[in-house]
Design a protein around this ligand. Structure first.
Ligand SMILES: NC(=O)c1ccc[n+]([C@@H]2O[C@H](COP(=O)([O-])OP(=O)(O)OC[C@H]3O[C@@H](n4cnc5c(N)ncnc54)[C@H](O)[C@@H]3O)[C@@H](O)[C@H]2O)c1
Length: 443
């Protein structure tokens, strides 16, 4: 019996059928642009403002760049009915958590509804959003079936392919990262694999099932989270012992199998979020996570720890804490990217406020409108950073990395005998900030 997706790959390549994206953010946009170099692509996002920007050749995510958006043949639209013209639909919508850290699947469910209302027979739907094992088959299939009246397996097929891109990373790109692909059956897996091979030069890994692919993605980020939590715990321990953690890690790192991780703030919408998806699912199976949730707790407390450490430094240098002038350099959740969502630098701001400090926040790369909307934070211009009592460098943006100790010294009040400087990411050498002119601190 002929399958509903017979010849689909060939029709995509011959541009007789279209591929569509649902969700054009940090993940969806690079995929849309990459596929548009090979086949016909429809780019759908329900955010009309974002679609307007793309149509005007502006890339707010900075992932592909304005020029690539302008030159791309992607048909941008905010109308979900455009999905009717697609036979290969990739869904890349957010997967955040609720305030209680449980998964918020509403964007995925909303996207599945749009797909269900518009899907035609003979379509392959691939979810890329990071989810716990089971979401694609147990949550997405029933929604699409309900709104389409079409049966998964006979009328349309489903697959899952997690995204591994790393925003701001210009080395590891969509085409250079091996991609995990999966499908509900051999035939779907084959179409999904061959389609992604059109844009992923590094090739694909064919996972044995959709759940294996879903699980692989959440554990990749959980593993990073746990490793960073271990570094953060070491940093807390070594501070008590007055030992420099970075120097310890450099020494230990000379062993061939010592893993290269550093302490730091874990924000954003992947590493700090995805582990909760896995632990939530584990709870449903009656298992309460021991390691993953401990790591989460440590990482979630690091902003508070950094702020408290800065305040201690100020006190021991006789700086009046209440109303002190403190500059925070960098607000995004990671370096060289505009994204401020779930940034842990906000935890530092909140904790400093508890001590009566309203810090000045500077971020030349951060999305100022987003910072204002999400946190009520107004970024200051770099040239306003002067007469400071203390400075905290939170994010390793390239603009900040080029600062010399002399540049940084200009940020302080002229009468400050000892300059308090917290270098969260350990960008600098300790020797460049010698006592008594400096009181230098890093994680
Ligand atoms: N950003 C990353 O670094 C990264 C890396 C790997 C995986 N992921 C995962 O990929 C997924 C997408 O992340 P992102 O960073 O691209 O998110 P994003 O917020 O940048 O983009 C998602 C887009 O989806 C749109 N959207 C939301 N609901 C929609 C709906 N119902 N219909 C149509 N459009 C809708 C939003 O308007 C937004 O433009 C998440 O599951 C995330 O965990 C992200």
């Amino acid at each position: 019996m002929a399958s509903c997706i017979d010849g689909l790959y060939e029709r995509l390549v011959n541009k007789e059928d279209n591929l569509a994206l649902v969700g054009l953010g940090y993940v969806g946009m690079p995929i849309a642009v990459a596929f548009a170099k090979k086949i016909n692509v429809i780019g759908f996002d329900f955010n009309e403002k974002k679609i307007g920007l793309y149509q005007n050749g502006i890339d707010p995510t900075n992932e592909v760049g304005d020029e690539a958006v302008r030159e791309s043949s992607v048909k941008f639209t905010a109308d979900p009915a455009a999905l009717k013209d697609a036979r290969f639909i990739i869904v890349a919508v957010p997967t955040p958590v609720n305030d209680d850290h449980t998964p918020d699947l509403s964007p995925v469910e909303g996207a599945a509804k749009f797909v269900g209302e518009n899907i035609q027979k003979g379509t392959v739907v691939v979810f890329e959003s990071t989810v716990y094992p089971g979401v694609t088959e147990e949550t997405c299939i029933p929604i699409i079936e309900k709104y389409s009246g079409l049966k998964c397996g006979t009328d349309w097929k489903i697959g899952y392919s997690p995204e591994r891109i790393n925003p701001g990373d210009k080395v590891h790109r969509l085409n250079t990262i091996k991609k995990i692909v999966s499908g509900m059956d051999e035939e779907t897996l084959d179409v999904v694999a061959k389609t992604y091979e059109l844009v992923v030069d590094a090739g694909v890994h064919r996972a044995s099932s959709i759940q294996v692919a879903e699980a692989a993605k959440v554990i990749e980020n959980s593993q990073r989270d746990i490793n960073i939590a271990f570094m953060n715990e070491l940093s807390i321990i070594f501070h008590k012992m007055n030992i420099d953690t970075k120097e310890v890690l450099e020494a230990a790192g000379t062993k061939w199998n010592f893993l290269n991780f550093r302490p730091g703030l874990v924000g954003g919408h992947c590493i700090g979020i995805d582990p909760y998806y896995l632990t939530y699912r584990a709870e449903q199976f009656g298992y309460h996570s021991q390691i993953i949730l401990s790591g989460r707790r440590i990482n979630d407390d690091m902003g508070k720890y950094c702020a408290e450490s800065l305040v201690k430094l100020m006190i021991r240098n006789d700086i009046q804490v209440n109303h002190a002038r403190v500059a925070i350099l960098g607000f995004t959740f990671k370096e060289n990217c505009p994204d401020t969502r779930n940034t842990k630098v906000m935890d530092i701001v909140k904790e400093l406020r508890e001590y009566g400090i309203e810090p000045m926040v500077v971020d030349p790369q951060g999305d100022a409108a987003e910072a204002k909307r999400l946190y009520g934070i107004n970024f200051c211009d770099m040239d306003k950073v002067k007469d400071m009592d203390a400075v905290l460098m939170a994010v390793k943006h390239s603009e900040f990395e080029s600062f010399t100790p002399k540049d940084i010294s200009k940020f302080y009040r002229a009468d400050r005998k000892t300059k308090v400087f917290a270098d969260i990411k350990g960008v600098y050498n300790r020797e460049d900030f010698p006592a008594p002119a400096w009181d230098y601190w890093r994680l």
